[in-house]
Write a protein that binds this ligand. Sequence first.
Ligand code: PGA
Length: 258
Amino acid sequence: MSRKSIVAGNWKMNLDRAKARELTAAVASRAGEAAGVELVLCPPALYVETVGTALKAAGGTSPSGVALGAQNMHDKASGAFTGEVAPPMLVDMCCKYVILGHSERRTLFGETDAIVNAKTKAALAAGLTPIVCVGETLEEREGGRTDAVVTTQVKGSLAGLSPAELEKIVLAYEPVWAIGTGKVATPQQAQEVHALIRALLGSLASAAVAGKIRIQYGGSVKPDNAADLAAQPDIDGALVGGASLKADDFLGIAKAFG
Ligand code: PGA
């Protein structure tokens, strides 16, 4: 089953407007280096317009170019939710993707599987592609609970989605202990969990649907470890934090998935 690899840059709460513009232009002008790989930039919400404008100037936000994504959103389409961003607003700003349930959202901002589930449904209803993140902590891994934790997160985050909806999402397996630590999961460790997630998706929909869903790995992905991860059969791309802030590193990773 051939799946188009997807490499997304999660800029988190970094850069300023000028640097966001500069990085976008650098990535967009060199996107051809990673031919065949879908590239996504996820800037802070306030710079989505800046990045979208820079992508358009470089011919992006199109099927062949670099796509725009957000790092989070609310699950309601509008209303009295001070400080929040609604799914239709992201669509309005040309976002195609939205990262949901990132471990920083789960641990620092109290997002539960139920919240991630509501956001996932809202993203799909708005026409966005959710990148739904799951992953265990070091304590959970060392306690032999990785499979159970990831299974609960996947089932909870995707509860009630039809096979047609499941087919549209992207999943990201990000072991919490590997995020921003420089400690990458071994390709074997990552592949084992990716295979588990795909089997789980098969039980939620069908093997055919599961075979179409892209599962990214995230957590200290760098140009020098990306190729080994990309070689695994169930790793279909990367969700990149720190290394996405440098065009060379981000493109180096993307190339490995080409
Ligand atoms: P990292 O972050 O690449 O800096 O480890 C990954 C992520 O949080 O998505």
